[in-house]
Design a protein around this ligand. Structure first.
Ligand code: ZN
Ligand code: ZN
Length: 105
């Protein structure tokens, strides 16, 4: 049996969503259908949620950008690798595009 973090004699009715401390009926502060051990934690959670939703809004663009950069990197690496292999197999006309071969020299 858990006891309230503030009232050590009172059995806890729930656990704070913010600091994970057990709290009793008397301490419980409910916001957005979520229960907290006090108004401090409820307020902290609200700020956290606001910050989080800002991140959520910004994230799609940055992940799109990261995806593009990684995609381009893979394409560039693949193309460079193909050119390098072609030069190694005798396609000397491609030698000036073969920066991998130049790096390895
Ligand atoms: Zn708390
Ligand atoms: Zn309490």
């Amino acid at each position: 049996m858990n006891y309230c973090a503030t009232h050590h004699e009172t059995p806890a009715t729930g656990r704070c969503l913010s600091c994970h401390k057990p709290f009793c009926e008397e301490c419980c502060v409910a916001t957005d259908g979520r229960s907290f051990c006090g108004s401090t934690c409820a307020a902290r959670h609200r700020t956290f949620k606001e910050n989080y939703s800002e991140i959520e809004i910004r994230r799609p663009f940055s992940s799109w950008l990261t995806g593009k950069i990684i995609g381009l990197g893979i394409v560039a690496a693949g193309a460079s690798g193909a050119v390098h292999l072609a030069v190694r197999f005798g396609f000397d006309s491609l030698a000036r595009f073969d920066w991998i071969g130049r790096l390895l020299k």
